[in-house]
Design a binder for this molecule. Structure first.
Ligand code: G6P
Length: 609
C-alpha cells in the first residue's frame, strides 16, 4: 500500500529515496514519484504509473538532484492509477506533498479551494492538502504553522510529508491514523511510513504519535503534539539485521514462504522453550493479566481474521474460555457489550492494518482487561500500542497472500490457549498433549509439502473453472474459508467457503458438474456428518476434491479425487491442512498465469480504511 520516504540532508538524496521506495515495494502499489529541491531552489518532479524501476529509469534519463526530497508509492483509492494521480502533488510550483491515508472531507475542501481559484490537476483526495498548505504559506505562515493549520482542516487518516522551495532544507510532516517514523542520521534526518525504508541510512528512530507535526532539517528535528506544543518522543534503537528479500531459488515469494513454514513454525514455538511457563512469551506482566481473563475478544482482518476464527474453537473447546471473533472494520464501529474481564486480542501480520489499529485504539477505557497483539513485525504500530505482544517468527513475508504468517499466528494462538487454559479447565495432560503436538508440527507440515506434485496434478481441474466451493465443519470451517480466500486472491476464481451443514440452505443450488467442491475432511468427530454433506454434492453431479487422511476412509473414484494427507494430532490439523490448500491455490494461479506475489488490486499492508 502507499509508502512515504523523505530526506533532509547535506548530500544528494535521490538514490536514498529510491532505495527507500524499493524497500516498501512488496506492500503493493500502482505508481511512484519523487520530488526534490535542487541547488537553485527549484522543484524537480518525476512521477508515473508503474514500478519504482520505471521511476529509476526516468531519473537516469533526466537526473534530478537535491539534498531535500520526498518520495511515494501510491495504491489508488481516489482516482485511477495514473501519472497524474501519482504523488507528489504540487501547488504553485513551490510545494510538493505526499500522503498516505484518506482525506474524508476532500470534496468540501476542493469546492472551497476552487472557489478561491485553485485548479486541480488530479482526481485524488490528496491534492486539497497541498493547496491548503500553499494557501497558508502564501498567507505568510511559517512552514510549521502552515502544516498545523492545514491538518486542522482535515478529517480522515493521514501521514503527510511536504517540501517548499522557500524553505529549501526542511521537510514538514504530520501523522494521524497512518504511521510515520523519523530516522535520525548524523547531520541529516529522514522520514518514512515504515522504518524498513530507512534502515539503509540509520538505526535510530522516533515513532511519531497521533496528531504529531514535525519539522526536520539536516541538523534539527522538532516535534509538536496535537495541541501544537513542542514535545520529546522516545528514541528507539533498532539493531536487529534487516532481512533481505531474496527468492532463494524459488519462482515466487509465495512458494518460498509456503516452504519456509516448517522452520517458521519451529522458531515460533521455540519461544516456549525459553519460557517454560509460556506466559512470558506474551511479554512482561502477561501472567498477572492472564490470571484475570474470563473471556477473549479477537479482532482482525483478512487471513488474520481466519486465524482468530480457528482460535475460537481452541479457546472454547480446550480452555473453556468464551471467545468472540470479529472483523476489525465492523468491530470498530459497532456499539457493543463487552463482558467483564475480557482480553482484547488483535491478530495482524503487519501490525499496521488500519482497521485493526483503530479497533484497538477505539476500545473504551476499562472495557478490556488488557490488549494483546499477535504480530509478525516488532516495532509495528499494533505492537507499540498493545499491552502484551506475541511475536510470530515467520520472518519477512513478501507475497501478498499470507501463508507462513497465518500458520505461525495459529501457533501463537494455540500457545495462548494453553496459557489461559491452565488457569481454567485444561488438564495438565491436555496441556502437555498440545505442546507435544506443536513440537511435532514442523514434521507434519514437511510431509504435506512433499505432496506438492499430487496437489499440482489436482489443481489442473480448476484452471477452466470460474467458481469453487470450499467445505469444512467445526474447526475446519475457517480453514475452508482460508482456502477459498487464497484461491480467489491469487487465481481470481470466485471461491466461497461454507460450513458443510449449511450446504442445503442455499449453496447446493449452485452445485453442478461445473462446480469443483473442495472438502477439508480429516478424520474427526464431525467426519460422518461431513460425509453426508459430500454425498449431497455427489448426487447432484458436483466434482469433489477431498483433503483427508487415510483414517477418514475416502476413496478416489469417478468425480471424487482424494488427496491423502498425513495423519496428525487432531489439534494441529487446521495448520497442516492449510498448507495443502496454500499449495492448491498456488498451482492454480501459476497455471492461470496471474501475478502470484502481487495479485491485482490487493496490497500487503492495508494502512487505509
Ligand atoms: C491484506 C493482506 C492480507 C492480510 C490482511 C490483514 O488484505 O493482503 O494477506 O491477511 O491485509 O493484514 P494483517 O497485516 O493485519 O494481518
Amino acid at each position: 500500500m502507499c509508502g512515504i520516504v523523505a530526506a533532509a540532508a547535506r548530500r544528494e538524496v535521490s538514490e536514498i529515496l529510491l532505495e527507500g521506495l524499493r524497500r516498501l515495494e512488496y506492500r503493493g502499489y500502482d505508481s511512484a514519484g519523487m520530488a526534490l529541491i535542487d541547488n537553485e531552489h527549484n522543484l524537480q518532479l518525476h512521477k508515473q504509473q508503474g514500478k519504482v524501476c520505471e521511476l529509476e529509469k526516468a531519473q537516469k534519463l533526466r537526473p534530478h538532484l537535491g539534498c531535500t526530497g520526498i518520495a511515494h508509492t501510491r495504491w489508488a483509492t481516489h482516482g485511477e492509477p495514473s501519472g497524474v494521480n501519482a504523488h507528489p502533488h504540487i501547488s504553485g510550483q513551490r510545494i510538493a506533498l505526499v500522503h498516505n491515508g484518506i482525506i474524508e472531507n476532500h470534496m468540501r475542501l476542493r469546492e472551497e479551494l476552487m472557489a478561491q481559484g485553485y485548479e486541480f490537476a488530479s482526481a485524488t483526495d490528496t491534492e486539497v492538502v497541498v493547496h491548503l498548505l500553499h494557501r497558508a504559506l502564501e498567507g505568510g505562515k511559517s512552514l510549521l504553522k502552515a502544516m498545523q493549520d492545514t491538518v486542522g482542516r482535515l478529517d480522515g487518516a493521514y501521514a503527510l510529508a511536504a517540501i517548499d522551495v522557500d524553505h529549501p532544507d526542511q521537510v514538514v510532516a504530520a501523522r494521524k491514523g497512518s504511521p510515520l517514523v523519523i530516522g535520525i542520521g548524523i547531520g541529516e534526518n529522514f522520514l518514512a511510513s515504515d522504518q524498513l525504508a530507512l534502515r539503509q541510512v540509520t538505526d535510530r528512530f522516533i515513532f511519531l504519535e497521533e496528531g504529531d507535526v514535525v519539522l526536520i532539517s539536516p541538523s534539527t528535528l522538532q516535534i509538536f503534539d496535537q495541541a501544537g506544543a513542542p514535545v520529546e518522543r522516545k528514541k528507539s534503537l533498532i539493531s536487529e539485521a534487516v532481512e533481505v528479500a531474496d527468492l532463494g531459488g524459488f519462482d515466487h515469494y509465495m512458494l518460498k514462504e509456503i516452504h519456509e513454514q516448517p522452520r517458521a513454525l519451529a522458531a515460533t514455538f521455540a519461544q516456549a522453550a525459553n519460557y517454560p511457563g509460556i506466559d512470558e512469551c506474551f511479554g512482561a506482566g502477561a501472567g498477572a493479566v492472564f490470571d484475570r481473563v474470563k473471556a477473549v475478544q479477537i479482532v482482525a482482518c483478512g487471513t488474520s481474521f481466519h486465524a482468530g476464527m480457528v482460535a475460537r474453537y481452541w479457546l472454547e473447546e480446550l480452555a473453556g474460555i468464551p471467545c468472540q471473533v470479529e472483523v476489525a472494520s465492523e468491530f470498530r464501529y459497532r456499539k457493543r457489550v463487552t463482558h467483564a474481564d475480557t482480553l482484547l486480542v488483535t491478530v495482524s501480520q503487519s501490525g499496521e492494518t488500519a482497521d485493526s489499529l483503530a479497533a484497538l485504539r477505539n476500545a473504551q477505557p476499562g472495557e478490556f482487561v488488557a490488549s494483546l497483539v499477535v504480530s509478525n513485525v516488532a516495532n509495528s504500530s499494533l505492537v507499540r500500542d498493545s499491552d502484551l505482544v506475541f511475536l510470530t517468527k515467520a520472518g519477512m513475508e513478501i507475497g501478498v497472500a499470507s501463508t507462513k504468517a497465518f500458520t505461525t499466528q495459529l501457533v501463537g494462538l494455540l500457545m495462548l490457549t494453553v496459557a489461559l487454559g491452565r488457569r481454567s479447565s485444561m488438564s495438565e495432560q491436555k496441556q502437555q498433549d498440545v505442546l507435544a503436538a506443536l513440537r511435532g508440527l514442523p514434521e507434519y507440515v514437511q510431509q504435506t509439502l512433499e505432496l506438492n506434485d499430487d496437489i499440482e496434478r489436482l489443481s489442473e481441474a480448476f484452471i477452466p473453472k470460474h467458481h469453487a466451493l470450499f467445505l469444512g465443519r467445526g474447526i475446519q470451517y475457517p480453514i475452508a474459508m482460508e482456502g477459498a480466500l487464497k484461491l480467489k486472491e491469487i487465481s481470481y476464481i470466485h471461491a466461497e467457503a461454507y460450513p458443510a451443514g449449511e450446504l442445503k440452505h442455499g449453496p447446493l443450488a449452485l452445485v453442478d458438474d461445473d462446480m469443483p467442491v473442495v472438502a477439508v475432511a480429516p478424520s474427526d468427530d464431525l467426519l460422518e456428518k461431513l460425509k453426508s454433506n459430500l454425498e449431497e454434492v455427489r448426487s447432484r453431479g458436483g466434482e469433489l476434491f477431498v483433503f483427508a487422511d487415510r483414517q477418514a476412509g475416502f476413496k478416489s473414484e469417478a468425480r471424487v479425487q482424494v488427496l491423502p494427507m498425513p495423519h496428525c494430532p487432531e489439534v494441529i490439523k487446521p495448520i497442516v491442512y492449510t498448507v495443502a490448500l496454500q499449495l492448491l491455490s498456488y498451482h492454480v494461479a501459476l497455471q492461470k498465469g496471474t501475478d502470484v506475489d502481487k495479485p491485482r488490486n490487493l496490497a500487503k499492508s492495508v494502512t487505509v480504511e
